[in-house]
Design a protein around this ligand. Structure first.
Ligand SMILES: O=P(O)(O)OC[C@H]1O[C@H](OP(=O)(O)OP(=O)(O)O)[C@H](O)[C@@H]1O
Ligand SMILES: Nc1ncnc2[nH]cnc12
Ligand SMILES: [Mg+2]
Length: 179
C-alpha cells in the first residue's frame, strides 16, 4: 500500500461521535482506529515518514496527555531519541513549568518537568488532534519555557474550521488528516 492508501485506510477507521463530550461537538475518536492492527502499523509508518521529511535531527519527542502519549514513546523508540510528557496540572513531581490553556470544550493547565528538556534540545511536539490550538499553543510555551528548541508539531487530525493553526504561526505544524 502507498502512503495515500494507508491514509485513506486510517481515515475510514477513525470514529465520529456527534454531541460528545458536549452538545455541538463532533468528536473524532483516534481510539476507534487503534483497535485495528493494520491501522496501528500504517499510523506509525506515516508519522515516521513525516518526521523524516519535515523535521530533521529531532532529539526529543514531547507528547500531550493523554492521547499524545499513544505516540510519543512509540516514535521516540523508533527514532532512537528520548520522549517527555506534558501533563494536566498536579500530576508531575519535582520542579515544573506551568501554562493555562483553553480548548474546544473547556479550560485547564498543563505542566512539564523542567528536567525533561535540555537547553537547546531539538523538540518535536506530538498530539492526536489540533482543534482550537489551545493545547498545542500551551505545549509550545511550556517547551520553550523549559529551554527546548521546538522544530515543529505533528498531529494526526486537524479541524480546519476552528483555525487552530493561526495560533501556531511561531512554528511548523503538520497534520495527516484535515476535516
Ligand atoms: O486544539 P484544542 O482545542 O486545544 O484541542 C485539542 C486537544 O483536545 C483533545 O484533548 P483533551 O484535552 O480532550 O484530552 P485527552 O487527550 O486527555 O483526551 C485532543 O486530544 C487534543 O489534545
Ligand atoms: N472535536 C474533537 N474531537 C476529538 N478531540 C477533540 N479535542 C478538541 N476537539 C476535539
Ligand atoms: Mg489531548
Amino acid at each position: 500500500m502507498n502512503n495515500e492508501e494507508k491514509l485513506k485506510f486510517i481515515e475510514r477507521h477513525i470514529g465520529t461521535y456527534p454531541d460528545f463530550p458536549k452538545k455541538g461537538i463532533l468528536f473524532r475518536d483516534i481510539f476507534g482506529a487503534l483497535t485495528d492492527g493494520q491501522c496501528c502499523q500504517y499510523l506509525k509508518d506515516l508519522l515516521l515518514h513525516n518526521i523524516h521529511e519535515q523535521y530533521a535531527n529531532v532529539e526529543l519527542i514531547v507528547g500531550l496527555e493523554s492521547r499524545g502519549f499513544l505516540f510519543n514513546l512509540m516514535l521516540a523508540s523508533e527514532l532512537g531519541v528520548g520522549c517527555a510528557a506534558i501533563r494536566k496540572k498536579g500530576k508531575l513531581p519535582g520542579d515544573c513549568v506551568s501554562v493555562e490553556y483553553s480548548l474546544e470544550y473547556g479550560v485547564d493547565a498543563f505542566e512539564m518537568q523542567k528536567s525533561a528538556v535540555k537547553r537547546g534540545q531539538k523538540v518535536l511536539i506530538i498530539d492526536d488532534l489540533l482543534a482550537t490550538g489551545g493545547s498545542l499553543e500551551a505545549a509550545y510555551k511550556l517547551v520553550h519555557k523549559a529551554g527546548g528548541d521546538i522544530v515543529g508539531c505533528l498531529v494526526i487530525m486537524e479541524l480546519k474550521f476552528l483555525e487552530g493553526r493561526k495560533r501556531m504561526q511561531q512554528t511548523k505544524v503538520h497534520s495527516l488528516i484535515e476535516y
